[in-house]
Structures are given as structure tokens and as C-alpha cells.
Ligand binder design. Structure first.
Ligand SMILES: Cc1cc2nc3c(=O)[nH]c(=O)nc-3n(C[C@H](O)[C@H](O)[C@H](O)COP(=O)(O)O)c2cc1C
Length: 233
């Protein structure tokens, strides 16, 4: 496989839906599923096992530099938000690509549990919402088989409040051009390692392969799946 395949592949691959035993919906291409047991799709019948019926504070972190009308990952994030809003959850959205953000410089001023030297939008707008959140939703286009730099800046800034951000619920939504079965493998491994380290509970993953443009994602099944994950909280 040519490493630049993602800019040349034009067709949408065969998609399969997997739902794990803990209520998380995982959508990906037809790659072998190592961490989730494939069962019959319940995407049309959302349950409320995640919130237990309580209103949750949800933080959605978008990270595409594409506009609201052009972005594929923002499209899925909005579908998720529509679903979660229909159940009355409180949602705060952060636009990592267009806010004032700075990468962690490793100064350790925070000692992993305190104020950051940067008084940017991450520290003043996003961090208070994240600390108060029940659920964090990470949204990214696939960039060279990982998350966007815009999202990685946010993730690295978790460092200042590592313990206080632990124990939350999380969701990952990503879009990619490629539809090869290994397209999302590295990012999924990264996300699941992050979940493990942060002691989060993963409650949903959307790996939207074959979604390189707005029209591709709009005609895919992933919009409905993202909506149903939100509506199933
Ligand atoms: C810098 C860059 C790197 C990319 N890397 C990949 C990649 O590794 N694999 C892939 O399938 N698509 C890759 N793409 C395509 C995007 O993931 C894809 O077009 C996605 O739908 C864009 O989402 P957005 O509109 O929300 O930004 C890349 C695009 C850009 C601009």
C-alpha cells in the first residue's frame, strides 16, 4: 500500500458496526475487531445506560481547521450533539483549530496538578469545563494516521490536571479519507491507551473511514451512528 494512498483512494469501503458489552458503539471499516465483541447493531435503538438517566455535562472538542460547512469531523460531532441534546444533556463545544492555544512546554510549573503558565483559551475556557464534565468527546480528522496537531495540543495540556481529569467518560470521533482496514489502527490504539492511562470509561468510538469529503461523510452511515451514540447517553 502506497503511504500516500489516502489522497488517492476514492471509493468508500465496506463498513461494519460493532457494539461492545459496556454500551460503547464502535464504527470502523471491516478490520478485525480486537477489543469489542461484534454483536447485532443497536444503532436504531439507543439506550440510556451511560448516564443512568441523569443530565450529563459534555465537552466536545473539535479540532478540524475546515469550516463548519466543509468539515467531515465537525459534521459527525454535530450529529452527536443533536442526539445528546435531544436527551437534555448540557454540551460545551471547543473549537481547538480557531481558539488561542499553546502546546505544553514541559516547564512543570503545574506539577501535574495546578495552573498552567499559559492563560490561553485552553486554560481559561476549556479547562474549567473539562474539570466539570462527565464526558469528554475528542473529535479529529485523521492526520498521518494520528490525531490532528490541534487536538494533540489539547491532550498534552491535560498534563496540568492529569488526576483531576481522570475517571471521566470519553468518546472518540474521527474521519479519514482511506478505507483500508488498518487506516484507524494507530489512532484507535492511541485513544485506547489514553483511556487506560486517564482511567476514563470509553462509551463510544466512531472511526469514519472512507469519509474524506463532506459529501462522502454525508452519504455514509456514520452520521446516524454518531447521532445515536449521543441519543443513547
Ligand atoms: C495534513 C493531512 C493529513 C491527512 N492524513 C490522512 C491519513 O493519514 N489517512 C487518511 O485516510 N486521510 C488523511 N487525511 C485526510 C483527512 O483525514 C480527511 O479528508 C478528513 O475527512 C478531513 O476531516 P475534516 O474535514 O473534519 O478536517 C489527511 C488530510 C490532511 C490535510
Amino acid at each position: 500500500m502506497n503511504r500516500r494512498d489516502f489522497i488517492r483512494v476514492l471509493s468508500v469501503g465496506t463498513m461494519a458496526l460493532y457494539v461492545s458489552g459496556c454500551g460503547s458503539a464502535v464504527v470502523q471499516s471491516d478490520r478485525p475487531n480486537q477489543t469489542n465483541q461484534p454483536v447485532e447493531s443497536n444503532a436504531d435503538e439507543p439506550s440510556t445506560i451511560v448516564s443512568g438517566g441523569s443530565t450529563m455535562n459534555i465537552v466536545v472538542i473539535n479540532s478540524s481547521p475546515h469550516s463548519e460547512s466543509q468539515s467531515t469531523s465537525r459534521f459527525l460531532a454535530q450529529k452527536f450533539i443533536d442526539g445528546a441534546s435531544s436527551k437534555g444533556h448540557n454540551i460545551f463545544t471547543f473549537d481547538a483549530a480557531n481558539e488561542d492555544t499553546h502546546p505544553c512546554k514541559g516547564c512543570d510549573h503545574c506539577h501535574m496538578d495546578g495552573d498552567c503558565i499559559f492563560k490561553d483559551a485552553i486554560e481559561t475556557k476549556l479547562m474549567p469545563k473539562m474539570l466539570d464534565a462527565d464526558l469528554l468527546v475528542l473529535v479529529t480528522p485523521l492526520y498521518y494516521f494520528g490525531m490532528s496537531a490541534q487536538l494533540k495540543i489539547i491532550v498534552d495540556r491535560f498534563y496540568s490536571r492529569t488526576t483531576r481529569l481522570s475517571g471521566k467518560k470519553s468518546i472518540m470521533i474521527s474521519t479519514a479519507w482511506n478505507s483500508a482496514d488498518w487506516t484507524m489502527e494507530a489512532l484507535q490504539n492511541h485513544y485506547e491507551t489514553l483511556v487506560r492511562y486517564m482511567d476514563w470509561t470509553d462509551v463510544g468510538q466512531v472511526w469514519a473511514t472512507g469519509c474524506g469529503t463532506r459529501s462522502m461523510v454525508e452519504r455514509s452511515e456514520f452520521g446516524d451512528v454518531a447521532y445515536n451514540i449521543g441519543a443513547g447517553l
